[in-house]
Design a protein around this ligand. Structure first.
Ligand SMILES: Nc1nc2c(c(=O)[nH]1)N[C@H]1C(S)=C(S)[C@@H](COP(=O)(O)O)O[C@H]1N2
Ligand SMILES: [Mo]
Length: 534
């Protein structure tokens, strides 16, 4: 009766009550099969840039289609804080669906197999648009997922039935010992789950050591001629918990819509400057390195940063001045907007005339003395002082387009964020932390203040609505970088409110008006509550 291919999948007489007796095994078989499909395809996806991760593809599909106000209300951090949640939701939902399919079609394995196949195809279709992915790559990964999922399911089906295993097969004369078949099923299911977990972890690890990362580490950035770079100031006041003047790359906040960091192959990469220009220009990475590079200390802030939040960092960026590149291409007089395009489809645009004041605006290739980390835009990104990242700081840059202002909008603009994104003057208290308890006596209160492109001239603190008093400031390293501030506070027992504010280089004091991040960046004074108790 069971002959040929059909026998593998077609419904066949099963022991009466196969389903009724084994509901847990059916669910487990389906879930483990789904987990194997996800985990193993994840491992395969790590083998090449053209092979997308299906989970990431489905996640990206959701991010791209979620309306701006949903994104805004639900995440407010431009799609990043919830990335992990999104990925895990997709994993959990898929595994749950696997369990449902496994249970419902336990006696109709061809349907279960079809369901696995369809799910894999959906994942493959969603992943075609992933950066670097090709249609063939997506098909290969989907096929791997479908085959490993179906294979695992059939294997577990057989094991559940006692047909497969370390125990003697069931015969009419000697029915399987139910405990033995249970043991071997659980053995296979456990092995499947472990395999799924290990291959997913292996895939993640392999991505961390991707060929792109290896290539990046081999890059030697040019050293600037002596005198063209200022030494790093050595004024760290040595206060525990105070942000360092330069944020180490590994601690630098990361915000982007990419679920998987784009892997840009240097050999195939170039960036083009075109649009409203006289002579469009295409540059390779080596072309950029061969130009006159400059270093700028610029504080980068995200529009989603809350007052007192940590979506802000300061770095020494190495790159080619945008002004130089624009001079080379010859900008049309009618151009009003500079639009950065990323290899991943992201775009960010800002008014051309913000560059008139000569502020640092770089096509950056280096960050704190290293090639740009992959997460921060390798091989090149834009950094413009005084503008939030979402309108200016395009990572994994592929193109700079000169455009009119009207009718051309960056990624976040139709999603409800304002088109212009100047960074507001902000001041943060790092220590003591909000809602903590400290011992009475003299304690250090410290933090950072930024007003990139205007500079921070003065920082003041007040306690319990008392008078504003000036605090100490770190050496000024330019109008574009944040300044550390600190003061000694004589903490007396009780509960106290500390508030902080800055005045920028134009003499304007940071507004007290409290505004949320959307649509144009949070404002207000950072305020913390501290208990002082012996
Ligand atoms: N390609 C790309 N570039 C991007 C983004 C993105 O989503 N994709 N996000 C922008 C935003 S909103 C910010 S705040 C900065 C953050 O840069 P960082 O991740 O290096 O800190 O990158 C900008 N550049
Ligand atoms: Mo951002």
């Amino acid at each position: 009766m069971d002959t040929g291919r059909a026998a593998i999948l077609d419904p066949e007489p099963v022991a009466p009550g196969h389903l009724a007796e084994r509901p847990t095994r059916a669910v487990l078989a389906g879930s483990v099969a789904a987990a194997v499909a996800l985990g193993f395809s994840e491992l395969v996806a790590s083998l090449g840039a053209s092979l997308p991760s299906l989970v990431v593809g489905v996640g990206g599909w959701f991010i791209d289609r979620s309306p701006g106000d949903v994104t805004r209300a639900a995440i407010e951090t431009l799609g990043t804080a919830n990335k992990t949640v999104l990925i895990w939701t997709i994993v959990v939902v898929t595994i749950t669906l696997g369990g449902v399919v496994g249970r419902v079609w336990w006696q109709r394995r061809s349907r279960a197999a079809t369901a696995f196949g369809v799910t894999a195809i959906v994942g493959g279709l969603a992943s075609v648009g992933e950066p670097g992915a090709t249609a063939v790559g997506a098909a290969v990964v989907a096929l791997v997922a479908a085959a490993s999922g179906v294979g695992t399911y059939l294997l577990l089906w057989s094991a559940a039935d006692g047909r497969l295993g370390l125990e003697p097969a069931r015969t009419i004369e000697s029915p399987t010992d139910p405990h033995a078949s249970r043991r071997s099923f659980l053995g296979f299911a456990g092995a499947g789950a472990a395999f799924a977990g290990l291959s997913a972890a292996g895939g993640r690890y392999a991505l961390g050591r991707s060929p792109t990362e290896v290539a990046r580490e081999a890059i030697v950035l040019p050293t600037l001629p002596a005198g063209s770079t200022s030494p790093l100031p050595d004024t760290e006041p040595g206060i525990d918990g105070l942000s360092p003047l330069y944020t180490p790359n590994d601690d630098f906040f990361r915000i982007d819509t990419a679920l998987r960091v784009p892997q840009v192959d240097l050999d195939g990469w170039s960036m083009t400057i075109d649009g409203m220009v006289e002579n469009p220009l295409t540059l390779t990475f080596d072309d950029l390195l061969a130009m006159d590079l400059v270093e700028s200390d610029v504080t980068l802030a995200c529009v989603s940063n809350q007052v007192g939040g940590n979506l802000v960092g300061n770095a020494r960026w190495l790159g080619v001045p945008l002004a130089e590149l624009l001079e080379r291409v010859g900008v049309d007089p009618g151009a009003e907007q500079v639009v950065g395009h990323s290899v991943d489809g992201f775009t960010a645009g800002f008014p051309l005339d913000v560059l008139d004041d000569g502020r640092p605006a770089l096509v950056a290739v280096g960050m704190n003395g290293e090639p740009l980390p992959l997460r921060h835009g390798f091989p090149a990104r834009l950094v413009v002082s005084g503008l939030f990242g979402y309108v200016s700081a395009t990572k994994w840059l592929s193109r700079i387009e000169l455009a009119p202002w009207e009718g051309v909008n960056g990624y976040w603009i139709p999603r409800g964020w304002s088109k212009e994104g100047p960074v507001h003057t902000q001041t943060r208290i790092d220590v003591p932390a909000d809602r903590t308890t400290v011992a009475p006596g003299r304690i250090a209160v410290a933090g950072v203040a930024w007003a990139p492109s205007r500079g921070v001239a003065q920082v003041e603190m007040r306690v319990d609505d008392g008078p504003w008093t000036e605090v100490e400031l770190s050496e000024e390293i330019g109008d574009h970088a944040w300044r550390q501030w600190w003061t000694d506070w004589n903490a007396e027992e009780g509960t106290h409110i500390l508030e902080i504010r800055s005045t920028d280089g134009t003499g304007e004091t940071q507004t007290e008006t409290i505004r949320p991040p959307a649509p144009s960046g949070a404002t207000g004074w950072h305020r913390i509550r501290v208990r002082v108790e012996a």
